[in-house]
Design a protein. Structure first.
Length: 166
């Protein structure tokens, strides 16, 4: 999957492939092959050759993360270029209904609300696990949950609409 990212203020092109505990990434033409081991909520061991790194990932917003690696914090924002071509933001539409879209391939871990529920902006809707990280997809606005388009245990692709809020 090809993504655009902003790493600590610098634009980058990222290509990412996941197979089990192995992550292969290309960042601005540099290749990385890592083994990823989960230590618990938001903490990971990254094995790159003979080097081992402890990594902590905190989800700040919808597609924004703070990653602490080797004692240094990095702010990362991920953008799916397909969404840019369609003229959409990560939160869907500002007016009318809003789509909650999976930012990357993964597995639905939990559905946090039911269809018809009234939610506030920032309310957790669906939890998706990708690269051993659990990401809570939140409502971009206050409204009513029109539909939930996923179920716990289902595999989703980047760009899949998980829920619609009106």
């Amino acid at each position: 999957m090809k993504l655009k990212a902003q790493l600590s203020g610098e634009d980058c092109e990222v290509s990412l492939s996941l197979k089990g505990e192995t992550a292969t990434a290309e960042i601005d033409g540099r290749d990385y092959k890592l083994e990823v081991r989960s230590l618990g909520l938001g903490e990971y061991l990254l094995l790159h050759g003979s080097s081992v790194y402890k990594c902590r990932v905190a989800n700040k917003e919808r597609a924004a993360f703070e990653v602490t690696l080797a004692g240094q914090s990095h702010n990362i924002t991920i953008t799916d270029p397909r969404r840019l071509r369609r003229g959409q933001s990560a939160a869907g539409h500002d007016h009318g209904s809003a789509e909650i879209v999976s930012p990357m391939p993964g597995k639905v871990v939990r559905i946090l609300v039911e269809t018809g529920a009234r939610v506030e902006a920032g309310t957790g809707i669906v939890v998706v696990e990708a690269m051993k990280m659990q990401n809570e997809m939140k409502s971009p606005k206050a409204g009513v949950v029109l539909s939930i388009n996923a179920e716990a245990g289902a595999t989703v692709n980047a760009g899949d609409v998980l829920a619609v809020i009106e």
